[in-house]
Design a protein around this ligand. Sequence first.
Ligand SMILES: [Zn+2]
Length: 564
Amino acid sequence: MPAPPASSSARSNAPQGALHPTTLTVQTAAPEPPPATMDQVVDRFLEREHGLIKFLANRTPVVETYLQNLTADPVLGPVPSADHYFLGRIDMGETVDRKDYLKDDDHSMQARLMGGFHKLFTLQYQPVGFAWMVYADRTDFDREHYDFHFVRREFLGDVRCFVFDVTPKKTAGKGRFLGRVWVEDHSYNIVRMNGTYSPAPKNSYFFHMDSWRLNLTPGYWIPSYIYSEEGDFSAGAKNRIAFKAQTRIWGYDLKKESKDDELTQIRVDSVKDESAAAQDASPLQAEREWQQEAEDNVIDRLTTGGLVAPEGDVDRVLQTVVNNLIVTNNIELSRPVRVRVLLTSPLETFSVGNTIVISRGLVDVLPDEASLAAVLSHELAHIVLGHNLGSKYAFNDRMLFSDDSTYANLGFKHIPQEEAAADIKAVELLTNSPYAAKLDNVGLFLRALQSRAKQLNALLTTHLGNPLGENGNITRLAALSSKGPALDNSKLDQISALPLGGRVKINPWNDRAEMIKTAPVAITSARDKMPFEVTPFYPRLTRWTDQSGQNPSATTAANSPTGN
Ligand SMILES: [Zn+2]
């Protein structure tokens, strides 16, 4: 085996937490000559894979798996019959370790939901679950354990790849990767893996997976999405397991936690004196300053914990919708309303101070702007009505908890009376807004959600805000749920809700959110609608570019994948 690139061995000695994207510029001093044979390509990607495992060894990204069990519907095909949700941090340096955000407390809602999932993981999946599939083989990805067979060249997005079939040798032992890898042709990194693990140990079962990586930092392709699917719906099939699952990984650049890190998170400068006269605050001003400080604390904490995206373009799109409501209703507030994106899939909104937070999953499934305005209007109504929660978080000691316990330590659920009042106010705001003419679509969305509510309990289980419904009943904005035409699957132009993953894309390295631009694809049957459903990932692969304008030295590296 050739020596590993100088860069990776140098980095492995670096202190934890010292890594930053701008320091990842050290590459091999001289470009290696391009491989002359497919055997040399194999050597190169094996070496790069080991380099990646080393490079990510001190990272603890967030990993989210959302799984829908499937049952056959004669008209719609396989549809969700139940769902499961898992969220945690994975320690990339260890083979079997996950820290759960959703703590395994006996009496919590999460514990009951996790029950099904644990069973799935421990009885049917070895050893660690979906996140295990970030690498083909952590310990023995080499020629002693595997045979590699070149298949063809192929483009994935903008990236030209070599495709290899990978089969474990007979003597390689259980649970080895069996499938196909795509290797990009500049630096010979694996960019996609598709297959399973074989042979399975007795009484257990390995799922199939399609695992994608993105070129998010110079020289490395970072594991980002894993799609898993099992199930045979053909006539006569013995239908033991049937599900679809999306695993998303993000927050690679989050700091590894330590006590020191937590202490640096205390804010000492959040109250700025902006008044020229530098007077003491009046009681009302003081109250507002206090709420602003709590709001900033909470949003900062959720961002550093990898649960809220840094401020960005998606926020501005969402804020435009809120501004439409504010302007047409002549609302005057002491501070502007901001909107931020929670990075997770379950459908949820909440507000803290004048900041509205909406989950990625909810933005994904909303069919149109009017429906987006409707879910945001409920939170705007809380703000207008002064239902401010969370001012206790102005005390910084309340922010000193570990990332894993974020959900246990923060909560923004309103009492039922405030929920009812916010719904009434929200309908009033919508009726005065440009969205008034499109409330039929909102009704359609709410009924579509109702029609799946019993099967999608995990998707409807919120972790920070009030749920859209409980016990299989959608209660949010109930006054609008009777509006519009009847749900009709046979009407191909009636789009009541979208599949997950269609609107917002998260950069797994820096957590930035952006709107996805996809070309419209014609719906040709009721089975194409897939409301609220999980679908395979098909990211358009591109090579790393320096979009920020920073980090100019990165591209000078000899074997930089950008080639400039
Ligand atoms: Zn509410």
